[in-house]
Design a protein around this ligand. Structure first.
Ligand code: GSH
Length: 216
């Protein structure tokens, strides 16, 4: 069995702590019961070595022996595979998990990320573009409300699709953007009550707190 290594920054400012995307990977590895270690890379200087693993100079990436994988969706699917979540005799399960991972990142996060950037900046100016963005996100949340009103998890049993989707939705909830979508909010609460999330979150917070202490 090759060693699994999750890469994240050696330090980040306080606002993104608890939301840096290595959390999704830690969470998936905890759920799968796969041992791993965390490798910090410099937040301030991102050189050629960093770009060789993540071409957008971001984190996370996962090392699985000689294999290096970036993009949280790709990593989550790899971890699911590695953890035995895709039985060969159940292609429907693999398809359902895969489509919902893509939906989380390409249908919901596509709308939520620009919305949260406005929220982080404190810009509440009601420009036509901003109103269109609010509507775009509301449409996605309306559809997720309908989906989640009728099921506990997205693809049958809890899966990496729920990690991707609930982590995307969690950031909207941070800015109280789920107030009109109670089933979505309940889903986020359900997902983040899982012991694997609680541990992954606490470990990320401790990682950055240790970085503060080392800098002091
Ligand atoms: N689509 C990428 C996004 C990665 C991403 O946004 N990483 C953030 C941390 S959560 C980052 O490195 N931000 C710093 C930057 O973009 O300079 C993924 O899901 O892996």
């Amino acid at each position: 069995m090759t060693e699994l290594v999750v890469t994240t920054y050696d330090w980040v400012p306080v606002p993104p702590r608890g939301y840096v995307r290595d959390l999704r990977i830690r969470w998936a590895l905890e759920e799968a019961g796969l041992p791993y270690r965390v490798q910090p890379v410099p937040f301030r200087e991102r050189g050629e070595e960093h770009l060789a693993h993540q071409p957008f100079a971001q984190v996370p990436w996962l090392l699985d022996g000689e294999l290096s994988i970036f993009e949280t969706g790709a990593i989550l699917l790899h971890v699911a595979e590695r953890g035995g979540a895709f039985p060969p005799d159940d292609p429907a399960r693999r398809a359902a998990v895969t489509e919902w991972v893509f939906a989380a990142l390409n249908s919901v996060e596509m709308a939520s990320l620009p919305w949260t950037l406005f929220k982080f900046s404190g810009d509440e100016t009601g420009t036509p573009g901003r109103k269109a963005l609010d509507r775009f996100l509301a449409l996605r949340l309306d559809r997720m409300e309908a989906v989640l009103a009728g099921r506990e998890w997205l693809a049958g049993d809890f899966s990496v699709a729920d990690i991707a989707m609930s982590d995307v939705l969690r950031l909207i909830d941070r800015f109280d953007g789920l107030a009109e979508h109670p089933a979505v909010r309940a889903y986020v609460a359900r997902a983040t009550a899982r012991p694997a999330f609680v541990k992954a979150h606490a470990d990320q917070m401790a990682h950055f707190a240790a970085a503060d202490a080392a800098r002091a």
